[in-house]
Ligand binder design. Structure first.
Ligand code: PLP
Ligand code: COI
Length: 341
């Protein structure tokens, strides 16, 4: 397969129009058969709920080229199931899990020339989304829906990749205690734009959100989950009903315990007890693992391992997770799904 003319090593996280995207429409109580299309635009009613009431959700996942040329998806069933949960939260028609996985495979196969080669450090990011469309005025679920998946070749989300970056604690909340924080719905991200912008203007990579009820515990690192390694080498990650259940986070909990032999805990992470950690990181599909150099809170910077070098445990977590994703290390049953070419 001839590859697109792309410098894979300098890719960041930006939109590139690739050849084909999958689209399926829900109308009169059912999804159509779906198809791959060339057009990267969608024409929908001006009265679509996605425009006015934010009735939308999305996913993020990646495809990888293995050393032997196989093409691998990482836990696509988990993304499919999480999208079902997001749909239920904002009352949209669910796209079936088996069809979601099949559509991902079709999109990857139709865009192989954009799939970064093994060893380039890049991957093909898949962006499934589901939106409410059709004529509607009142605040109610849409009469029709669109499910689509497009893909983009990507490199590091946070500048520097495995080089540590600093974060600052946000004054804004990203979610309400019983709100939509655990769902991957569009509105959560609109609400995060201003605090992200403020953090970047202060010189940070992004902001960290505290729990909306008490503002004492870490919830999310921008669009990624948090983890910390305690001085006695436990892998800790926050537990909260208002954070996104990150597939990367749950994968790392398993990797830390079963591959690295660390004790793991999902529990509260108090922002005034950050000195308990000797390493910290942000984890997510886009972020992969981004080491946290330091966290700024009220003018004080809590530095973890180093502001310039990744810590040894964070590196092992990164190497093991990406080793599984690229097919170099055998992962748990079902984590890696091969795309038949
Ligand atoms: N938290 C938020 C708010 C996110 O947007 C994401 C990205 O999907 C994550 C965490 C990480 O989740 P995952 O590991 O499933 O990509
Ligand atoms: C992801 O990691 O897939 C995300 O959704 C993060 C962000 C680009 C929204």
């Amino acid at each position: 397969m001839e590859k697109a003319y792309i410098d894979w090593s300098t890719l960041g996280f930006s939109y590139v129009k690739t050849d084909k995207r999958y689209i399926s429409r829900w109308k009169d109580g059912k999804w159509d058969e779906g198809a791959l299309v060339d057009d990267n635009t969608i024409t929908i009613s001006e009265a679509s709920t996605v425009f006015h009431y934010g009735q939308s959700c999305f996913e993020g996942m990646k495809a990888y080229t293995a050393k032997d040329g196989r093409v691998l998806l990482f836990r696509p069933d988990e993304n499919a199931k999480r999208m079902v949960q997001s749909c239920r939260r904002v009352m949209m028609s669910e796209f079936p899990v088996d069809r979601f996985i099949e559509a991902c495979k079709q999109v990857v196969k139709a865009n192989l020339k954009y799939l970064p080669p093994y060893g380039s450090g890049a991957s093909l990011y898949l962006r499934p989304y589901l939106i409410g469309v059709g004529d509607n005025l009142g605040v109610r679920p849409a009469p029709e829906y669109i499910f689509s998946i497009f893909c983009v070749p990507v490199g590091a989300y946070f500048k520097g990749g495995l080089a540590p970056v600093n974060f600052t604690i946000s004054d804004f909340d990203r979610a309400a205690p019983n709100g939509t924080g655990a769902a991957k719905v569009g509105g959560n991200y609109a609400g995060s734009l201003l605090s992200h912008e403020k953090a970047v203007k202060k010189g940070f990579a992004d902001c960290i959100y505290l729990d909306p009820a008490t503002h004492t515990k870490i919830e999310e690192v921008g669009a990624a989950n948090f983890f910390g390694i305690t001085h006695d080498e436990k892998f800790i990650t926050p537990k909260s009903p208002s954070i996104l259940p990150s597939i990367t986070k749950y994968s790392l909990l398993h990797v830390a315990k079963e591959y690295l032999g660390l004790k793991t805990e999902e529990r509260d992470v108090h922002v005034d007890k950050l000195a308990e950690f000797k390493e910290a990181g942000a984890c997510g599909t886009a972020a992969v693992i981004s080491p946290i150099g330091g966290i700024e809170n009220k003018g004080n910077l809590q530095v973890f391992h180093s502001e310039t070098e990744v810590g040894p445990i964070t590196r092992k977590l990164y190497d093991t997770l990406t080793g599984i994703q690229y097919g170099d290390i055998v992962g748990p049953e079902g984590w890696v799904v091969e795309v038949d070419l």
